[in-house]
Design a protein around this ligand. Structure first.
Ligand code: ADP
Ligand code: MG
Length: 696
């Protein structure tokens, strides 16, 4: 049996393979691009392409593809074989630098928002050398960005890479001010913990809602849910264990640092945590992880549900986006240091995040908004739709003392050069344990917990990187002119705390009091996706994205349209599926149960005229009324769906979906769920929550 070190990264054209297979000068040039963000010297592309091809063919690949992340939120690929015909009728395996660098998929099959009308339908993909190529399904996959012919980004990776560039630039300005001359680059790091559900494949296939929407549209709560919390980190059953073992191996082959796997709180829910890496690679890895979980689950007769809320009344799934930034010399900039100067630097970076999160609550909220996540945020055990930061007791004390210009009482050292030098060492366990906070400082990183389980992490990280870059840039503007640096750093931190402390909340985010308190503090509460989308094109946010070269105004408008379009489409599919299930499955099944009950009653009376038939009578009566009510609700829903066609304004249409369609769906569901509870098990047309949640 192969050991883990034998298989780890086996299918990745990583640094080790590159150093072995590329001529030294080519390798050095490529490394500069990867580590320092230097632009790539085109002349080396042919050499790299050839080495990649040889390596890929030796490892069983026959095809190659530019692997990219269009605005659908999933990955796309178009396979070409390496085969190239020769004039004598034979063929050779070829792959040129040109093919490595650029591909031309048809952009019109991907969402482009308004860009399609304005620009050519053709788009192109361009090799992103900062993420390693890898082999998947006998195909060499080349991580790429995807743009329109005019150069407008049509994908999620381009703005992410631009945002990494922006924060690199601004963080370096700050580091220089602190006298860090040896640092050449700064990168953001991410570890994305992934939650998901596993259900039995045969049961899954019996539910149209799961097939079409990825979530159940009907379903009464099972008698046993997560009440006993006995699933969390409970022992893993053999079927799931076998699945997880294979999953780990598949991920390791792709160089993904899958580290821990455990059961989550809800029955059938699990989590996978990788070891963090740079944000670009972490984003690719998370996409690959989601794809691999699905694939491996299939092989084990199961289906992985990545939806944020597959079962109403049961915990939803999220993705905890652990974020920090790090220098090329290996220093985590959110790690409180030992010396006064290190602590001042830490506090400044920390303050930049506080200010950024407070000023751009709207963008952070939007970055995790999706129809699926709307069912989760604010529901059972999930962070509410209000953004706030948890800093923990130790750090709060430090912030308070800075704010009040007093000397912290803890572990004081004597010299007061910075006033910030008494920052205590953090021990992780004293910090994070507020699981209710949407944006928690956990000792040396921030954990953004609102991200939805099915989402690409590119959007939230693009936003975090950009808003922090903006505040670092504002700080740098001030400090670069400073005559009394040490004093001014402290003043900036103090001023930031005073102006933005409203965003800090260390209490229970799930409580009703917090909602009221947040309102008093003037914090935003954008409850749904539709409430959040308009902020993408607000003046303030257009200014932010254009200033840092992350997204142009045109790109922002196209994304605004795509988000609205997507919202309407998802809800339309859900509503149609609901209508179909109610009309073709629930109503006919329950009607046949009613007939059986009626026939039983008649038969009983024929045999024994005085016999008691109250049960049949009552059930027939209740179910008949519920059936009629469901029928009417579904008719209403159908009528409402027809009305969506009259909208020409996308935002108005989305508002109608949210206010009218979604409400009608909830009403229909409530009635059907009551019917489920009264209907005999043989007559219910599809598997119930109990069946699904306890099926593996
Ligand atoms: P916790 O106990 O707070 O959950 P863990 O050490 O278990 O912390 O880490 C949780 C996730 O955070 C993991 O995916 C881990 O790799 C990631 N992580 C740890 N340090 C960093 C960092 N500096 N930047 C980004 N992610 C990090
Ligand atoms: Mg966590």
């Amino acid at each position: 049996m192969e050991t883990v070190s034998d298989i780890f990264g086996k299918l990745v054209f990583n640094d080790k393979v590159m150093s072995e297979r590329l001529p030294k000068d080519v390798y050095d040039a490529l490394k500069k691009t990867i580590d320092m963000g230097k632009s790539l010297d085109r002349s080396i592309a042919d050499v790299v392409a050839n080495a990649m091809k040889d390596w890929a063919i030796e490892n069983g690949a026959t095809h190659y593809t530019h692997w990219f992340q269009p605005l659908t939120g999933i990955t796309a690929e178009k396979h070409d074989s390496f085969i190239s015909p020769k004039s004598n009728g034979t063929a050779i395996m070829e792959f040129s630098g040109k093919e490595l660098i650029k591909g031309e998929p048809d952009a019109s099959s991907f969402p482009t928002g308004g860009l399609r009308a304005t620009f050519e339908a053709r788009g192109y993909t361009a090799w992103d050398p900062t993420s390693y190529a890898f082999i998947k399904d006998d195909t060499l996959c080349i991580p790429s960005v995807f743009c329109s012919y005019g150069g407008q980004a049509l994908d999620k990776k381009t703005p992410l890479l631009r945002s990494m560039e922006a924060i690199r630039k601004q963080a370096l300005r700050i580091l220089r001010l602190f006298g860090n001359e040896d640092v050449k680059s700064v990168t953001t790091t991410v570890g994305a913990e992934q939650e998901y559900f596993l259900v039995d494949r045969e049961l899954f296939e019996k539910r149209k809602d799961l097939i079409f929407c990825g979530r159940t549209l009907f379903g009464a709560r099972p008698p046993k849910g997560q009440d006993l919390e006995d699933h969390y980190s409970g022992s893993i059953n053999p079927r799931v264990k076998a699945f997880m073992a294979e999953l780990d191996r598949e991920l390791w082959k792709l160089g993904i640092l899958a580290k821990t796997e455990h059961n989550e709180v809800a029955p059938a829910q699990h989590e996978l945590a990788p070891i963090y890496t740079n944000t670009n690679i972490a984003t690719d890895h998370n996409q690959l992880t989601m794809e691999t979980i699905k694939k491996v689950a299939m092989r084990h007769g199961m289906v992985c549900l990545l939806h944020e809320k597959p079962f109403e009344g049961v915990n939803g799934s999220g993705k905890h986006n652990n974020w920090s930034f790090q220098t090329d010399t290996g220093v985590n900039l959110l790690e409180p240091g030992d010396s006064p100067s290190e602590n001042a630097q830490f506090l400044l970076f920390f303050a930049s995040v506080i200010k950024a999160v407070d000023k751009y609550q709207d963008l952070l909220r939007l970055s995790v908004a999706s129809p699926g996540n709307d069912h989760r945020l604010g529901a059972h055990e999930a962070p509410p739709a209000i953004i706030s930061i948890f800093v923990g007791e130790d750090l709060q004390e430090v912030l308070d003392s800075i704010e009040n210009s007093s000397i912290p009482t803890q572990k004081g050292r004597q010299e007061m050069k910075f006033g910030v030098h008494v920052l205590p060492r953090f021990f992780k366990d004293t910090t994070d344990r507020n699981r209710t906070s949407p944006f928690a400082f956990t000792g040396n990183k921030f954990e953004f917990r609102m991200v939805g389980s099915s989402q690409s992490i590119a959007d939230p990280n693009t936003v975090i990187n950009t808003i922090v870059a903006e505040e670092l840039s504002n700080f740098a503007d001030i400090l670069e002119k400073s005559k009394n640096f040490e004093n001014d750093v402290l003043n900036l931190v103090r001023q930031t705390i005073i102006e933005h402390k409203r965003i800090i909340f260390n209490g229970n985010n799930y409580s009703g009091e917090w909602v009221a308190e947040a309102k008093r503090r003037g914090l935003l509460n954008l409850e749904t996706t539709v409430d959040a989308i308009p902020c993408l094109i607000s003046e303030k946010n257009i200014k932010l994205f254009t200033k840092h070269g992350v997204l142009s105004e045109t790109e922002l408008y196209s994304r605004y349209e795509i988000l609205l379009e997507n919202y309407c489409k998802v809800l339309s599919i859900e509503a149609l599926t609901m209508i179909d299930m109610a009309r073709k499955e629930i109503i006919p099944s329950v009607t046949s149960y009613i007939r059986q009950l009626s026939e039983t009653a008649i038969a009983k009376k024929q045999i024994l005229p005085g016999v008691n038939w109250d049960v049949e009578k009552e059930l027939v009566s209740k179910l008949s009324s519920l059936c009629a009510e469901l029928y009417r609700n579904i008719e209403f829903l159908d009528g409402a769906l027809q009305k969506t066609k009259k909208y020409t304004d996308l935002l108005e249409c989305a508002v109608f979906y949210k206010d009218t369609i979604l409400k009608a769906m909830r009403k229909s569901r409530a009635v059907a769920d009551q019917m489920e509870l009264l209907t005999g098990i043989q007559h219910w047309p599809f598997p119930t929550f109990s069946d699904l949640l306890f099926s593996v």
